[in-house]
Design a protein around this ligand. Sequence first.
Ligand SMILES: [Zn+2]
Length: 102
Amino acid sequence: MGTPIRHFTALGPGDAVFTVNIERDFRYDPYRDFLVCTHCDWAPSLLTRQRIIDMAGEHLATVHGADRGLTQQENESFATARRVMLPLAALVLIAVLVYAFA
Ligand SMILES: [Zn+2]
């Protein structure tokens, strides 16, 4: 199993969320990316000319009935790192201002 680096999600019946991940396997040199469905055993090769989001969307729609709201997003840990850094930078700025005018 690789490290998930990107998620494709779509809404199915009853607003259930279905997810397909791109997983990067670093055991290979150079690394290889795989498209992996989190709901079934679907894991096609990415050696294709088809766009990855099209493949993910088609699978989610045809196999799982999730044909609405297809989105792609970065892995949560990347996004979290960004969300943490911004408030941290603001806090440092406030601390500097407080010390400067105290
Ligand atoms: Zn699937």
